[in-house]
Structures are given as C-alpha cells and as structure tokens.
Ligand binder design. Sequence first.
Ligand code: GDP
Length: 313
Amino acid sequence: MFTSLSDRLTETFKGLRGKGKLSESDVNKALRDIRLALLDADVALPVVRAFIGQVRERALGAEVSQALNPAQQVVKIVNEELVGILGGETRTVRYAKTPPTVIMLAGLQGSGKTTFAGKLGYWLKEQGHTPLLVAADLQRPSAVTQLEVTGQRAGVPVFAPERGNVGGHDAVLGTGEGTRSFGDPVAVSRAGIAEARAKQYDVVIVDTAGRLAVDEDLMQQAADIRAAIQPDEVLFVIDAMIGQAAVETALAFQQGVDFTGVVLSKLDGDARGGAALSVATVTGRPIMFSSVGEQTKDLEVFHPDRMAGRILD
Ligand code: GDP
C-alpha cells in the first residue's frame, strides 16, 4: 500500500510542535521521506538527489509559520519546488504568425506518438483550428496506415505518401542498414506542408519515425526533417511508464532534435508522474500535454500544480 508524502511527514513530525524553526535533524528526517516518495513515484535517481539538495536548502532554518505544522510546512516547500521545476505555468502550442503552424512529433516507437497525433488533431479542431496530419514515419508501411486510421477516428485529414512513389523515388529506398524505408520523409513532410498551404489547413502535425531504442540513424532522420521544415514546435512524446530510462531518452532526443515541448503519454496507467519531474529537470522544456488513454478524446493540457499533487499524494 502506498503512503503519501503528506502522511509520511505527518508521522515523522509527530510530537514536534511549537518549535520556532525546523532543526537539521527534523529536516533530515523529512528529506528521507521525500526521497522515498520520489523514488516511489519513479523519479530518476540523479533527479531525486538534485531535488533533495534544493529542498534541504530551503527547509533548513525555515520558520515554521503559525498557520502550518512542520509537516505541512515541508509539503508546501516540496510542492512549490515541484511546480517550479515542472514549468510553473501551463503552456500549450505557440502558433505561427503566418499559418500553417508546423508541429513535428518525435519519440521512441510505442511511446504513443501516432495516437497523440490524432488526439492533438482533435484537440486543435475543438479549438477552432483546421489541422492536417502528415505521415512522415516511413519506416513501416503499417505506420502510415495506422496514422490514416487514427486521423479518420479523430475526423482529421491525413496527408500520406503514395506507396512506392514518394519524393520522386520509386519503390523501396534503402540508405543503409537500419534506415530502410519506402520513401523520403523530408520530401513527404515538405509536400504535406505545401498541401496545407494550398488547401488552407492552419496547423500541420508531422508524425516521424521512432525506434524501440534511441538510434543514431533515426535521430539523424528526425534532425534532417527538423532542419528542412523548420517547425514552430517539436513535441517529444514520452511514455510515462518509462521510469529511470526517462533521463537518458529525453537527453538523447534533446540533443538529437532539440524539442520545444514534452508530451507525457499513458498517464492513465500506474505511472505516478515521476517521468514528468525527470524530463522537466534534465531538459528544462515545458510539458504541454498528458495523454490519458487510447481514445481520441483522452488528452489533457498539462498543469504543473496538478502533477505536483499527483507526485506528492
Ligand atoms: P507510436 O509507435 O509512438 O506511434 O505509438 P502508438 O501511438 O502506436 O502507441 C503505442 C501503443 O500505446 C498503442 O497500443 C496505443 O493504443 C497505446 N497508447 C498510446 N497512448 C496511450 C495512452 O495515453 N494511454 C494508454 N493506456 N495507451 C496508449
């Protein structure tokens, strides 16, 4: 059974009342509780260490206010630090001054990218936009089909290459081990954006290829697409259940494609949100959306304060 941080701290500070300041030994006990709570929430170890250091500084010598008991005081500090790292304010898509706004998606295969493309398209439509999905994941023909199905479900049109005739190439293209594809994703992305301009779609969502593990060829492909289409946003989709691997994966994608925002997927599962803290800490990029299910409507705008609560409770 999971014990919330608030409960743990209340237990730790039992019998401690009326002191003017939190003593070093009180703070150390509290930090141990915080450490356990963060590890339970699957926050990556180096991130836990850095966080504990920050909280220690603020908690030592903090006046225990009249209104709060020591446990509440520490929870307040932890909460404020969490919200700060998670970006403070909610931030979503920044639209281009001249449409179309181009949003590129990147992430590991299976992270929930294609599902998110449909959800984002639906969400944008609800906001009054006219989105177009572009299938630039050409590693597997099934990925294109999957995006087409996802788009249909979301009621959002999909621009996909004609099989075997993309960007002037015929049949299967192979540019080396690991990058076999049936078309040129840069050409398809460009063509998709041109289509949006011609038909006045105001947001283009470019779905790119992923791999099960971080892979140099695929990262290069994503970097090439990014350089060619100059997207307004690059959203990195990461599975919230990824746990300790969040740091390494996020850093690899930051270095490879330099994303502008993060999407946490599969937050409807058992994940307690540790990945959010890990990714936000090591990349400094805002988390914009949470994906909370397999249906088109299962998308939420990310709220740092709510996630802080989820990590704490
Ligand atoms: P991609 O390879 O990154 O494009 O990943 P997909 O979009 O194909 O998703 C991989 C699997 O995760 C599929 O079975 C999806 O139905 C599932 N999935 C995607 N997003 C979510 C989510 O937010 N919650 C849950 N429970 N499943 C999801």
